[in-house]
Design a protein around this ligand. Structure first.
Ligand SMILES: C[S@@+](CC[C@H](N)C(=O)[O-])C[C@H]1O[C@@H](n2cnc3c(N)ncnc32)[C@H](O)[C@@H]1O
Length: 198
């Protein structure tokens, strides 16, 4: 059984049971670089450093934060956020092994963004649409926190709630389109939602 199938079936079961328990605090989903993070980072590499240099970048649900590492390498001012309490320990360790990369960590939860202070030129996130309430929370977050002229890229391995996210985006004040990308070593293509606030 693949990791993706396990995550999907676990959340479908949670949904069926009607449980409102949030498992993030228990499950170390951050412990691998997910294919969606790879797809997002490859997209960024093709986009190039020009659009990132000197810009304020926020990565939500960063986990091991691969896209944040590239954004910093591109010269962006990067904040990586995740609610799992172990994420900053791994980030610190990974930063110690990557000289020249600077990433500020924040324990932000995208469901409650009252503590998130500014508007962002870029908001990045990968594999964050796996729970029923997340599409709505993330669209709200983007509407509130994406700067005018800013861009968000949300990468997803086509989990069940990705379609809900797409529908909510269409009904929002944001402009969005999607691209599909194969990921090396993964059977499933990822979809990237490119979201702009004009
Ligand atoms: C499937 S993992 C993806 C990690 C990383 N983005 C990647 O693609 O490799 C989902 C991540 O989102 C984080 N997360 C889940 N719910 C969150 C929330 N409401 N606010 C912030 N982070 C959250 C989890 O702790 C986990 O690190």
């Amino acid at each position: 059984v693949s990791l993706d199938e396990t995550v999907d079936s676990m959340f479908e079961e949670l949904d069926r049971l009607g449980s409102d328990r949030i498992l993030e605090e228990l499950c170390p989903y951050f412990g691998v670089v997910w294919p969606a993070a790879q797809a997002l980072t490859e997209w960024m590499a093709q986009f190039g450093s020009g659009g990132f240099a000197g810009r304020q970048v926020l990565e939500l649900g960063c986990g091991l934060a691969l896209p944040s590492f590239l954004a910093s390498r591109f010269g962006a001012k990067v904040t990586a956020a995740d609610l799992h309490p172990d994420v900053p320990k791994f980030l610190k360790n990974n930063l110690a092994q990557n000289a020249g990369i600077e990433i500020c960590f924040q324990p932000w939860d995208w469901r409650d963004s009252t503590r998130v202070p500014t508007q962002w030129d870029w908001i990045l996130a990968s594999d964050v649409l796996y729970e029923k309430e997340y599409p709505e929370a993330l669209v709200k977050f983007l509407e509130r926190h994406l700067a005018i002229g800013g861009r968000a890229v949300i990468s997803d391995p086509q989990r069940p709630y990705a379609e809900r996210f797409e529908n909510l985006l269409s009904a929002s004040s944001l402009q969005a389109y999607k691209v599909e990308r194969p990921v090396l070593g993964s059977k499933q293509n990822c979809v990237l939602f490119i979201v702009e606030r004009v």
